[in-house]
Design a protein around this ligand. Sequence first.
Ligand SMILES: [Zn+2]
Length: 305
Amino acid sequence: MCDAIMPDNEPDDLIIRATAFDDAVRAFACRTTRTCREAARLHGLSPSAAAAMGRLLSGVLMLAQDLDKPGDTVTAVIQSDGPIQGMTVIGEHDATVRGSILEPVVETRYKARGKLDVGSAVGKGTLTVIRDQQLKEPYVGRIALVSGEIAEDLASYLAISEQIPSLVSLGVKMTREGISHAGGLMLQLLPDADETVIQALERQLETFPDMTTLLESGATPEEMLRLLTGPGGLDIHSQTRCAYACHCNRERMARNLIAMGQDEINQLAEDPDGIELQCHFCASRYVFSQADVRQLLAAIPAGDG
Ligand SMILES: [Zn+2]
């Protein structure tokens, strides 16, 4: 139910999944300029909020590359004491992602010339990641935020909760007109990665540019990874178009309404104008008339809620 992305000259967003160093390193990289612009447009995000959400959208898209079937999801929830207060981002198997934010308009602060202070917009708090692969109970990991800069927080989550030493770099470049570039990369060291791999990567990192600089140079996700893995080579397994998309529909909204409980719906059912629900992820509106609400109420088994 999302609005179509406006056509312009920007290439489609893309995510790639690869391995390097003889399969000792898993590598992901994405270009998410359109995805982040769509989030900024839908939520009316101010620059710091757009950078924070754009980084989390890009990071979750890469985490969601592990999912293997439709309906599987990765959800990242940040609860924090900074101006944005919190964000939720959900990544799907089909390389789509969506997000919501508690406070979309926050003061713009800079750490250095042209560098937004995302960490202070997010503040201190927690990052919870829920991997739902529909087979058993979802896997839930929670860490304290390291800096609120998102990339470090996701790397810390992978290291602590999933025991995967990782490198995460995310960037959202803002100009006066809005988001000019966005994307990121993620490397995960597998148990096969020995000291020589780590040393080779450390050497590559010494000269590896800042993510926004790299994105501004026009580097593709593949070029970014090749630059980072260098002599470790790169074996690309998939290249997928990625996008901001919401999968909400009237039926799901009705289920959310029912989940509010019988007492709450009883009250809502008294309004002759009915009710209007808005999706937190894409701003689509769903109208339920008084008759609709009464019908939902009748469908709830007695004693529920
Ligand atoms: Zn929606």
